[in-house]
Design a protein around this ligand. Sequence first.
Ligand code: UD1
Ligand code: CA
Length: 498
Amino acid sequence: MNAPRLAAVIVLAAGEGTRMKSSTPKVLHRIGGRTLVGHAIAAARAAGPEHLAVVVRHERDLVAAHVAEVDSSVVIADQDDVKGTGRATECALAVLPELEGTVLVTYGDVPLLAGETLLALLDEHARSDSAVTVITAHLADPTGYGRILRDEDGTVAGIVEQKDASDEQRAITEINSGIYAFDAAVLRTALAQVGTDNAQGEKYLTDVLAIARSAGGRVSAHVIDDLWQTEGVNDRVQLARLGKELNRRTTERWMREGVTIVDPDTTWIDTDVTIGRDTTVLPGTQLLGATTIGADAVIGPDSTLTDTEVGDGAEVKRTEALLAVIGAGATVGPFSYLRPGTELGAKGKIGGFVETKNAKIADGAKVPHLTYAGNVTIGEGANIGAGTIFANYDGVSKHHTTIGRHSFVGSNSVLVAPVTVADGAYVGAGSAVTEDVEPGQIAVARGRQHNIDGWVTRARAGTKSAEAAQAAAAGRPAEDAGAAARHTEHSTEGQGHA
Ligand code: UD1
Ligand code: CA
C-alpha cells in the first residue's frame, strides 16, 4: 500500500472560547511552555504536510501574529460570518491551492494530540482506502460530543451532534474526536453540499461523512484508547488538567531517556526542554522554555531555569535563572539569581545570595558569597570575595567592570564601574575601587585604621565594655570582678594553651 500524499493539515482555531473568561484568546493559553495552537501546529508539522493552514476569526490578529511567529510557513485562513467547523474547513480550502491527496483536519485547542497519532490515522485511512477516516474514542460519559453512527455491519454511517441526536443516539458512547483524514476532492465536493439546517444553524464538518458515504465513498473510524489526545480545552480547569498530564508525559519521556527525576509530581518540564543522560532533577524544579541541560548534572531542589543552558556535570541548587549559560562542572546556588546575560565558565562558581546580570565569569572563576555582579567580565580563576558589589549604575547609565585572570577581590569591596582590575591584581578587603588596578598591584581603597588608646574606659566608663577593657589591661579574663579575682589563682592553666 502506498500512502497518498498528505496535501494539507487544516487546524481549526476560529472559535471564541468564552468559557476561558479571558482577554487572551483561548488557543494562546499555554501548557508545557507552548500555546495550545503551538502544540497543534507541532503535531500537524510532524505529519509532514505540503501545506499547513490555521483557521482564525476570534481575536484574529493576535492569533495570526502568534501563529506566524511559531511557524512562518503556516497559511492563515480567515473564517467569515458563517459558523461551524464545516465552514471553517471550507475557508481554509479557499486560500490553499487546489489540493490533491489527503487533507487532515485538527483543532487548535486539543494540545495532547501527538504527531504519531496523525501518522497512524493516515496509515489507517490509506490501508482502508477510505474517503473519510475519523478518529473516535469510547467515553463513559459522551455528553456534548458528536456520536458515531454505525450500520449493523459496523461500518461508519455518519455523525450526529448531541444537540441534534435522538435519545437512542445519545446513548451511543463512541464519540467524534473532531480529527479526520479526508480525500481532498471528496471534502471539497461534500462541503459544497453541507447546509446549516440543524439545531445550531451551523455548517457542520461532521455532515461530510454521510455525504461522502452516499456518494459511494468508504468512511472509517480510527479508534484510539488514549483519550487525552482527543480532549480539548474549554476552560481553565481543563487547561490545568491537560497541563498536568502533558507534564506527566514529558517527565516520563525524560526518565525513559535516562534522566533521574526524584519527584515527577513537583517537577515541571516544558515541552521544548532537553536533558542529558544521568542528570538528576530534584523536587520542586521547573525547567522552562528552551532550557537545555547536559549529562550528569544535578538540578534542584527548588530551582526555576528559563531559557537557560547548563553544561555537563554542573550543579544548580535552589536557583532562579533566566537566559543564563552555566558551564560544564560549574556550581550554582543555593539561593542564586542569574539574570539574562550571565555566562558562567566551566568549573566556575556562583554561590549563595549572589545576583548576576550581563556577567561573563570565565572558567574556574568564583563568586561564592553575597555579591551583586552586573555588567562584568571576570577572568579565569579570579576570586571575588564575600559581599563584593559591582556598582554598574551611576543613576543614568550602566558601565562595565573587568576583573583580570587570577585576580583577587577582597571581601566587602565596591567596584565602581567603569573600572578594570588587571590580570593577577588584588583588591584589599573593604575597598571602594574607582581607579584601574595594574597587574601585580594591590589596591587598598579605604580609610586607614586609626586606634585611639583608652577611649572606651574614658567615653564609656562604667559599662561592661569598659570593665572588660580594664580587666584585659590588668591581664585578667574579661568577666565580672569577683570571678576575675578567683580566676587569677588558676590563670596559669588557661595560659598554658596559648
Ligand atoms: C465538534 C464536533 C463534534 C465533536 C467535537 C469534539 C462539529 C459540528 N462537531 O463539536 O462532533 O465531538 O467537536 O470536540 O464539528 N471552530 C472553528 N470555527 C467554527 C466553529 C469551531 O474554527 O465556526 C473550531 C474551534 O475553534 C475548535 C473546533 O473547531 O477548535 C471545535 O469547535 P467546538 O465548538 O468546540 O466544536 P463542538 O461543537 O464542540
Ligand atoms: Ca469543544
